[in-house]
Ligand binder design. Structure first.
Ligand code: FSX
Ligand code: SF4
Ligand code: SF4
Length: 298
């Protein structure tokens, strides 16, 4: 438990256009457990003080909105904002997604929450492909004009440090590991993030670079159906264009992962998910066939 000398790090975690899969995935963190992260000192001397998280908090209504706004007003520059889900921006954006009401009882749009809370945060984590890149809610025809946190910040001139943790859903280690590294070493240094603000520690390589079926690919031995041995490329595997460490980290506490269980990588952590990796079960065009770590235009 936190002692008197513990440094409290307030965290506000808000959810927009999303399926809550990101929360559910992170709540399944095994080492450390989510209880360790939220109740104990996950890093000695530092304690995550989760001030707002709709999926796990017991409270509701005005009480929790007051807690959110009190944290925003009293901890400016000192709290971490976690955004889950894309951000509808069409018309009166509050019609598509809102979070609480203002003093006059008017719904506050999720977009304005992300902008105002994001502007005053120490750092922002865009959790999941929807928050990081728009994801499924921003897929064509995108009727609510969903954008990512990065796009909203660019359009509103918000320059708060932003870390993208894509994945639909993201692996719990990608989130917990990023939070732990910020608690230990502070905000990411130059070179820690790639050009899309993803931690290189988790997204530095393609799935295809470390896939246990890679030898089949190199020998051009392709599976004809999902349950076959062989490389799944001709069935539509997006491992050659997706940066993430699923092949070595594996999922569900090391039980399995997409390609190992006979499925294929649908590119859920990719910046182009889902439009640019569709059709998911059709072969990716040859012009994006990579060598290790790079794309080769033929
Ligand atoms: Fe998106 Fe999160 Fe995919 Fe779902 O809430 S990244 S739809 S798994 O979970 O935002
Ligand atoms: Fe593995 Fe997919 Fe690459 Fe084949 S195409 S080696 S299944 S990541
Ligand atoms: Fe997503 Fe591909 Fe990783 Fe599966 S292997 S979780 S589809 S990035």
């Amino acid at each position: 438990m936190a002692s008197q000398k513990t440094q409290e790090i307030p965290v506000i975690w808000i959810q927009g256009a999303a399926c809550t899969g990101c929360s559910v995935s992170v709540l399944n963190s095994v080492s450390p457990t989510i209880k360790n992260v939220l109740v104990d000192e996950v890093i000695p001397g530092k304690h995550v003080n989760l001030r707002f998280q709709a999926t796990v908090m017991a409270g509701a209504g005005d009480l929790v909105i007051e807690a959110l706004e009190e944290t925003w007003q009293t901890k400016k520059g000192g709290y971490v904002l976690v955004v889950e889900g894309a951000i509808p921006t069409r018309g009166d954006a509050a019609s598509y997604c809102s979070l609480g009401e203002d003093k006059q009882g008017k719904p506050v749009s999720f977009a304005s929450r992300v902008e105002s809370l994001g502007r005053d945060a120490l750092a922002v984590i865009a959790l999941g492909t929807c928050a990081a890149f728009g994801g499924i809610p921003a897929a064509k025809p995108n009727p609510s004009q969903c954008v990512s946190v990065m796009q909203l910040f660019q359009s509103k001139g918000v320059s708060t440090p932003l870390i993208n943790i894509p994945g639909c859903p993201p692996h719990p280690d990608w989130f917990v590991g990023t939070v732990a590294s910020v608690l230990i070493g502070g905000l990411p240094k130059a070179g820690d993030l790639d050009e899309l603000n993803r931690p290189k520690a988790f997204y530095g390589q393609l799935i295809h670079e470390n896939c246990p079926r890679r030898a089949y690919y190199d020998e051009q031995k392709f599976a004809k159906k999902l349950s076959d041995p062989g490389c799944l490329y001709e069935l539509g595997c997006k491992g050659p264009v997706t940066h993430a460490d699923c092949a070595t980290r594996t999922w569900n506490n090391g039980v399995n992962w997409c390609v190992q269980c006979g499925g294929l990588c649908i590119g859920c952590a990719s910046e182009g998910f889902p439009d640019l990796v569709s059709p998911m079960y059709e072969k990716t065009p040859d012009e994006v066939l990579p060598n290790i770590g790079q794309k080769v235009v033929q």
